[in-house]
Design a protein around this ligand. Structure first.
Ligand code: UD1
Ligand code: UDP
Length: 378
């Protein structure tokens, strides 16, 4: 079998690395296509190096742009590669513009799409990611749902065939790299931090950082936190913080350490040792519960409700009073802290990559890996 792996952003590289590794173990060498949606060294290449991924076969250099520009350029360029290489399946992961472009370009060439992390829904159609998720799922033949909840979401939209609950590959990535991070990363001493004595923050979502009012409220929260704060800043956020004149407020605050986006090993080490994680990232909500660190999510909804139900995550939006109330409670109420920190990881056992590869190989051997002509939506 010749699978194509299509990725383009930081989380996709991280979450598809266990799938690539599992293929290589079976001596299957996937064709690797990088759209170049993320292109800075610290948003892309650092992960390819740290995760020891094979050489990229095609670098499409799509770069930044409007939603349609980015998706459209990516589609055009992916299509060219697929027409030449004719892989047996295209594997995409998550909800970025790269995923939508990869899925649409593939299915229209009758190359079946396997969607890793299928079935997530925030139920907020104003998010570009929600549109990407829905459309990618409906263009896919094989849908790897991380949880039963995700499978149920698909079922409610009429997608019942080709769905496999396999866990989330982020667990594999964390387990595969956690001990390496402990051994190799010197980030705590580099930043002068003590374990469990700081709050780790990330924020990059369009709805938070592209909106001046929301971003200002976020900065108000960060400048009021009672522990040292480390914030590795995503390039979208950096651009907006500077544009809205908010960067200096963060930079001049003695309690806040701003860094460039970090490599995976440094970031994992910071996550593991954080007292609290505050984030609007999808992947980081998952990693927090896997690593047993209480998470306060700087959003009003989440497509990872499993983390909330398990008790490891709370939505605080950019509501200062609410966010600070939870931070104080976590710092002052040991039982509450322990309860959040011991929430059960709902994303599986770290063998999702292996399952995905086994399922795809079995389908291919049975001649079932193809775009079905019948509409499987019932
Ligand atoms: C994208 C995904 C988002 C995901 C995030 C992961 C979509 C719609 N959004 O958001 O779901 O959570 O990736 O990090 O696909 N930029 C750089 N250097 C880079 C990459 C981006 O400077 O290497 C800057 C550019 O100014 C660009 C902006 O960041 O315009 C946004 O990048 P883009 O890829 O469009 O979206 P993300 O916010 O990264
Ligand atoms: N991450 C990283 N360095 C950073 C910030 C995040 O390695 O400075 C990793 C993090 O561990 C997680 C992934 O990037 O695995 C999350 O990506 P991001 O927040 O950009 O996207 P999302 O998950 O929200 O789509």
């Amino acid at each position: 079998m010749r699978p194509a792996i299509i990725f383009g952003t930081r989380p996709e590289i991280i979450k598809l690395s266990p799938v690539i590794r599992a293929f290589l173990k079976k001596d299957v060498h996937p064709l690797i296509i990088h759209t170049g949606q993320h292109y800075d060294y610290e948003m892309s290449q650092v992960f390819l190096e740290e995760l020891e991924l094979p050489e990229i076969d095609y670098h499409l250099e799509v770069g930044s742009g409007t939603q349609a520009e980015q998706t459209g350029f990516a589609m055009i360029k992916i299509e060219k590669v697929l027409m030449e290489e004719k892989p047996d399946v295209s594997i995409v992961q998550g909800d970025t513009n790269t995923v939508l472009a990869g899925a649409l370009a593939s299915v229209k060439l009758l190359i079946p799409v396997a969607h890793v992390e299928a079935g997530l829904r925030s139920f907020d159609r104003t998010m570009p990611e929600e549109i990407n998720r829905i459309l990618a799922d409906h263009a896919s033949e094989v849908l790897f749902a991380p949880t039963l909840e995700a499978k149920n979401n698909l079922e409610k939209e009429g997608i019942r065939e080709g769905v496999y609950v396999v866990g989330n590959t982020i667990v594999d990535a964390v387990l595969q790299n956690s001990e390496i991070a402990d051994r190799k990363s010197k980030i705590l001493s580099k930043l002068g931090l003590e374990p469990k004595e700081y709050i780790l923050v990330t924020a990059h979502r369009k709805e938070n950082v592209d909106n001046r009012d929301r971003l200002e409220r976020l900065v108000d929260i960060l400048t009021s936190l009672p522990l040292p704060v480390v914030y590795p800043v995503h390039p979208r956020a950096e651009k907006r913080l500077k544009e809205f004149g908010l960067w200096k407020r963060l930079e001049s605050n003695e309690n806040i350490i701003l860094t460039k986006p970090l490599g995976y090993l440094d970031f994992l080490k910071l996550e593991k040792n954080a007292k609290i994680i505050m984030t609007d990232s999808g992947g980081i909500q998952e990693e927090a519960i896997i690593l047993g660190v209480p998470c306060l999510t700087l959003r009003y909804n989440t497509e990872r409700p499993e983390t909330i139900k398990a008790g490891g995550n709370v939505l605080v939006g950019v509501e200062k009073d609410l966010a600070l109330m939870y931070v104080e409670k976590l710092l002052n109420d040991e039982n509450f802290y322990r309860r959040m920190a011991s929430a059960r990881n709902p994303f599986g056992d770290g063998r999702a990559g292996e399952r995905i590869v086994n399922i795809l190989l079995a389908l291919w051997e049975e001649g079932m890996l193809k775009v079905r002509s019948s509409n499987f939506i019932s």
